[in-house]
Write a protein that binds this ligand. Structure first.
Ligand code: D5M
Ligand code: FE
Ligand code: ZN
Length: 565
């Protein structure tokens, strides 16, 4: 049966039992029949109607076709099987498959980016920043958690060894071979995503042996499938209709709005994620009873006897880069600034992670040069090297963002040495990809710049740039850093999908939105590290209020946010 028919039934909130489904399928003019059935049988206020085989028979008896009337060709093909291989499949190689729509920046390049932030929730403005006339130059503005100091602290041999840091790169996409991003690799990319996530889903008790979609027609009672989401939409009566696809076909899943908790789950479903569905088959549809994510287990929290500092979005080179505040930050981290408590924290810092948008870049958006004080990308990185070069005895880890030099499509390889020669000369700096995972003295930190937050903030109800912790939770549950393909986040069609969250981290560090957030979720520290850039012209238009110069520090397992302006 064609998609047109499935959609017609779903829009009208009509379900078919198996007999009705068979009978409609046998009819030549099935689409016309569907319309007629809906019109005749569905009462305007009725919620969901189930059409039985007997009802179809009765209708056909009462409305014998006029054998003289011509049969419209348009509908003849509608009576082909329902759950069969789709014409377009993301699992099948085809030269015409979709491409990443935009690769750039907020603002003017792509009309889709022109979103009215003013309609969104107003960002929370830190009252301290706005109301104080006399600002202290350093201040702890947030403290959270009850972290413990490990008794088995780092041994002296480790601290005095040639490399003083017990630090390892666990996952770095730059070290893998890349495709040249040709479209023919797209099916391999989606296959990789599907199979990695399917394997995780099959560990769930309800999804141990999922049925191929093509075989659903033969199943009478409970069905369970694992599919990639092609589309999510609302029916006229505000139920959710989710189309999922596996390697054998596509199926439409209906989520009834009276099933409140399931409907809430459905509101968070996004295009291109891999989802488990348990339900019952009603003719052409699956009536969902459960939507299952690959999920994240609660992790055992690791003890920490050291501190790590999280930065992102320094935007060096921009006229809105907060140089004075950054100088204070450098002094603080070197133990030369602040009171005793501030200095105690600084002295405990062993790692600094910089999660992208290190420099402002050039030509990232139209007329950017007007907002630059350093108009040369090499000079911007040279200035970054000068600033970070002042930091001693701390291991620095740098990943790229959408303003940095190099490939924009994710996974983004580490910032190329040719652009950042002076930074590369610093002995204590390690460059890794976006995303990547590093292990710092037993603590696994997943680093992702956060470009996909734009897609979530724009498409998922209740999600916004102000509360990236909600999006980060969702990414962990979906086990993918950027599930939505082909919108604002450019994804390279690699043979392996490096954005799948293969391993659950202890710390998940992001940036991009220029607004700090912190939350502990299932034992995982979710950290967004804000920015060192004051509000830009673009952000003024969209009412983005940055939390500038506020630096999150995980100090012995407790979150502290230090403010430098
Ligand atoms: O991002 C700076 C800010 O702009 C950050 O709050 C995210 C927001 N932003 C960036 N790109 C987009 C798109 N495409 N849509 C909506 N909002 C966006 P930066 O990466 O530093 O320029
Ligand atoms: Fe940024
Ligand atoms: Zn960014």
């Amino acid at each position: 049966m064609s998609e047109a028919i499935i959609n017609k039934f779903a829009d009208a909130d009509v379900l078919l039992d198996d007999a009705a489904y068979q009978k409609i399928q046998e009819q030549k003019e099935s689409l016309l029949l569907v319309e007629a059935l809906i019109n005749q049988l569905k009462l305007p206020n009725e919620d969901i109607l189930i059409i039985t085989g007997a009802m179809v028979d009765e209708y056909l008896d009462n409305n014998k076709p006029d054998t003289n009337s011509p049969v419209s060709d348009e509908y003849i093909n509608d009576s082909v099987g329902l759950m069969e291989a789709p014409e377009f499949s993301r699992f099948i190689v085809s030269e015409s498959q979709g491409e990443v729509k935009n690769d750039g920046h907020p603002g003017t390049k792509d009309p889709e980016v022109e979103i009215d932030f003013s309609k969104k929730d107003k960002p929370e403005i830190n009252s301290e920043i706005n109301s104080k006339t006399e600002k202290p130059e350093i201040e702890i503005i947030k403290e959270e958690g009850t972290g413990t100091i490990s008794s088995n602290s780092i041994t002296s041999s480790e601290t005095t060894s040639a490399s003083p840091f017990n630090f390892e790169v666990i996952k770095d996409a730059s070290r893998k071979s890349y495709t040249n991003g040709e479209i023919k690799d797209l099916s391999a990319y989606f296959n990789s995503r599907y199979h990695k996530l399917k394997e995780m889903l099959q560990r769930k008790k309800d999804l141990k042996s999922p049925q191929p979609i093509q075989e659903l027609e033969n199943i009478q009672d409970v069905v369970n499938v694992i599919g990639m989401v092609n589309e999510v939409r609302n029916t006229k009566n505000n139920h959710k209709l989710i189309e999922v696809e596996d390697e054998t076909g596509t199926a439409s899943v209906l989520v009834h709005n009276e099933n409140h908790s399931l409907f809430e789950d459905a509101e968070r479903v996004v295009k291109d994620e891999v989802l488990g569905v348990v339900g019952t088959r009603k003719g052409s549809l699956i009536m969902a009873s459960q939507l299952i994510n690959p999920g994240t287990p609660r992790i055992d929290e690791k003890e920490m006897d050291f501190s790590m500092v999280f930065l992102s979005d320094t935007h060096i080179g921009s006229s809105t880069f907060l140089g004075d505040a950054f100088d204070r930050f450098i002094k603080w981290i070197n133990g030369e600034f602040g009171d005793k408590e501030h200095k105690n924290i600084a002295n405990n810092v062993r790692y600094l992670i910089l999660a992208g948008d290190i420099v402002d870049g050039i030509g990232v958006y139209p007329h950017q040069d007007k907002e630059l004080v350093i108009k040369d990308i090499y000079e911007q990185y040279a200035e970054a090297a000068r600033l970070f070069g002042e930091i001693d005895d701390i291991q620095i880890i740098i990943t790229p963002g959408n303003h940095d030099a190099g490939r924009l499509a994710e996974p983004q390889p580490a910032i190329p040495e040719e652009y950042a020669a002076d930074l590369y000369k610093l002995k204590n700096v390690e460059f890794v990809s976006n995303p990547s995972m590093v292990n710092l003295e037993g603590i696994n930190v997943l680093i992702y710049h956060g470009r996909s937050f734009d897609d979530f903030a724009m498409t998922v109800k209740g999600m916004s740039h102000q509360h990236t912790e909600l999006i980060m939770k969702e990414l962990l549950e979906k086990r993918h850093l950027a599930p939505i393909y082909g919108e604002r986040t450019p994804l390279a069609s690699e043979v392996e999908d490096h954005l799948v969250i293969d391993e659950v981290p202890h710390v998940f560090h992001t940036g991009h939105v220029h607004i700090n957030s912190y939350k502990k979720y299932k034992g995982i520290h979710l950290v967004n590290s804000g920015t060192f850039q004051s509000q830009t012209e673009f952000q003024k238009i969209y009412n983005i209020v940055p939390t500038a110069a506020q630096v999150p520090v995980l100090h012995n397992g407790n979150m502290k946010v230090l403010k430098f302006n």
